[in-house]
Structure formats: C-alpha cells, structure tokens
Design a protein around this ligand. Sequence first.
Ligand code: ADP
Length: 477
Amino acid sequence: MFLKTLRSLGHTLALRLTIWYAGIFAASSIVACTLVYALVVAVVQERTDEDLEGDMEEFASLMQSGGFERVKAEIAVETQGEEASHVFIRLWAPDGRELMATDLSSWPGLGNPLEVLARVDSADEPILATLALPRRADKVRIIYGTIAPGLVLEIGESLEEDEELIAALLRGFFIALPAVTLLGGPIGWFMARRALRGVQEVTRTATEIANGALDRRVEVRSQGDELDTLARTFNTMLDRIQALIIGMREMTDNLAHDFRSPLGRIRASADITLTNGGSKAESEAMAATTTEECDRLLEMINTTLDIAEAESGAAKLKLTDIDLVELVGDALELFQPIAEDQQITITADLPDHCRIHGDRQRLQRVVANLLDNGLKYMPTGGRVTITLVAEGERITLSIEDTGIGISADESARIFERFYRCDRSRSKQGNGLGLSLALAFVRAHGGDITVNSTPGQGSTFTVVLPRSRHGRYFQQGP
Ligand code: ADP
C-alpha cells in the first residue's frame, strides 16, 4: 500500500518539481560555497602577503635610518618569546652566507635558499613563496627582499591561523551544505504544491463538470499569472461549451416542437380516413395532406442542415461574378404579385450594376427571405423599400418595411434558429429564414443587422464584401 502510494507519487509533477528544485538548490549552494571559499582563501593570502611586504618595507627603512645594528635589534624584538615559533627571520649575503638568524628550533628543515637569493638580488620586487616543512603541520609563507646593497632579508610567517580560519570555514560548509540540501526537499515540495494549486483547482473543476455540474467554474485569483490565464481560458471554454449545449438543447426542443404539429396533422388525417372507412376521395385528401406536411418537414430539415453546413464553414460556395442589381430585380419580379395582393408598394433604389463575387443561389435565398419577411409581417397598404449602395469593396443592401416592427429584446434573438416573435406567430413560418440568411451572408464574409421600432417598421441591412478577401464581421464567441 505504502509502496503503491510512493510509486503513484513518483509520477506526479509536484514530486518531479521538488526533486528538480532540491537538486538546483543543492547545486547552487555548492557553487556559492566554492565561490566563498575561493574568495576567503584569496583574501587571507593577500592579507598575509601585505603584512610581509609591510614588514620588509619597515626593515628596509630601518636599515637606511639606523643601519645593520638597528635592524638586528628590531629582529630580536619581533621574534622574542612565543613569536619564535610563529615567525623566523634570517639575513643573507647574496652569495648564500647566513649573516644572522633568529631561533630556528621550531623551524626544522629550513635549507639555504641559494637559488632564491640569486634571483632576489637581481629583482626589483621582493619574492614570495609558500613552503611545507617536515614535522610542521602548518605551512609557512616566506618573503625575500633586498633591504640594502648586498643584504637580503628573509621573513617566514606561519600560516597556522589562516589555515585554521579556512578549516573552520570548510567545517561550516560541510555542516551547512547537507542541511541546506535536506531543507531544499521540503521547501521545493511546498513551492511545487503552491505553484500547482491552480492546476489542481482546474482539474477538480473539470472532474466536477465531468460528473455533471456543468455550471461550475474555476476561481480566478486575479494575480495576473499564467494560472489566472489558464483559469480564464478554461472558464471561457466552459461558457462556450455550455452556450453550445444550451443552443443545441433549445434547437432540439424547437425541432421536436415544430415536428409535433405536422406529424399530429398527418396522424389525425390518417385517423379520420381510417375511421370513416376511407372513400377514394378521402384517401386522396389524406395523401395530399401527408405530402404537404412531409414537404414542410423536409424543408425544415433541409434548411437546418443548410444552416449547419454554412455555419461550420463547410458550405462550398459556388462563387461566380454576379450582378446584384440583376439578382434583386429578379426577386422583385417574383414578389411583385404577392405585394400587389396585399396592396403593398415596393420601391427600389438600385444602381445600374453592382458586381459581386458570390454564390448566386445562396444570395438569392438571402434576398428572398428578407423580402418575404418584409411582406409577411406587414399589414395591408404598407411600403417596402430596397436600397443597394456600393462603396469601394463594401456593398450595402437595405430592405426597409413599414410593418409591425420588432421590440429591442426580440431583435437580439430573431437570428437564432426557430426563434419567432410572439406577435408574428399567426403568420406561417418556422423561424429559420433569418438564421439561414445570416449563415449564408457570413459565409460570404458579410453580416446582417436589424434596426426596428415596434409598430413602425424594420430595416434589415446586409453588408457584403465585393470579394471574399474582405470581411465585415467578427465571428462571435
Ligand atoms: P419566420 O419568418 O419563418 O418566422 P425568420 O427567421 O425569417 O422566421 O424570422 C424570425 C422572426 O423574426 C419572425 O418570426 C418574426 O417574428 C421576426 N421578423 C423577421 N422579419 C421581420 C420583419 N420584417 N418585421 C417584423 N418581424 C420580423
């Protein structure tokens, strides 16, 4: 059980981040300690060398001011008592003759530095060297310098204190480094858990959604970091999915609702025919009703499919160069008799030509649907005005009517599939005409908007680019 938990933990990002963190923490601590060590060693050595050089200068000026005897007296003072085991001084003639030396009993194995003496004599600067002596645990730092012509001074100083300081530093490192490395684990774990808390929140929300709570959202902590962006993107995606699901639910509800009436009528007509024994005339009437209702159903299904195809971008537009003036003219001709029946005047303000690269059949359906609505939702005696304006790449077609109008609330919904305003339910229709028109216009890179006042009329404005290179709408979320 424990092993299994451990193994599953091994696959978590948190553990991997912790290991990385602890590793990087340890490595950077080692690098930092090494740097500090090198720095301390350099500083300590520099300090010792500066001391020795200072002494050498002091003896040189003593030599100048007080002569050999004064130097000898000063050497005796400097190396008396305990100092004799810490410092030794010798005076040499450049040919290797020892002129004077302090008590060397604590400095076994000090030889004659003949070779160095020869070099010192010809050098401008003193020479520094480090020596390890047999039977002494510490090393010795030695300076050789000429303090007067033919007189070389050698001062040796034990590095014991420096070595102790460095050893203490090393001991500190050896204790601190494992402690820091061990501490890196829990700190890394804490930081990894903190960093991943947002991801866990997203995972938890996703799990809740998977279990059916579709309206759950990830809390955005407004810290402006990547996790906030992830949470916001995730929530936007959820909103979109939820809107799509609601849309689909509404559509299937509407579809079911709109299917029920024609199917009910087919069934009722079949029932009547069966109950009445079914004369030939009745059977024919039933067949006619069935055909009519089936046609209506088929039209509804086909329109729904056309909209879905256009919206998904799969509609293969059959693009050709067409004259929109001609297309609108054909539509007017078609609707003129209906308008006359309703005593509606149609006026058109069209240019001579308006060429556009578009799908003739689909644009025909757009114009027909808008004109049909203009006439349908209009009491007798009204007016429909069609205007076509081309400005550069932008073509604007407006269809204005003096009909029943649409309220602001309803205007926002009339392009939804199956949506019908309350006041227009008495007229025949399935609420798909505007959705289809909008889907086709958007497939051309254009857009449709509506401006309406209830009781006064509506204006539907179609904006189209001359070719599909230009786009006049932003696909909403
Ligand atoms: P249908 O006309 O088949 O109902 P549409 O999608 O063409 O479906 O229109 C949706 C709804 O928008 C209509 O039911 C009607 O309520 C409203 N509508 C559309 N055009 C007009 C118009 N010109 N005047 C008033 N209402 C309109």
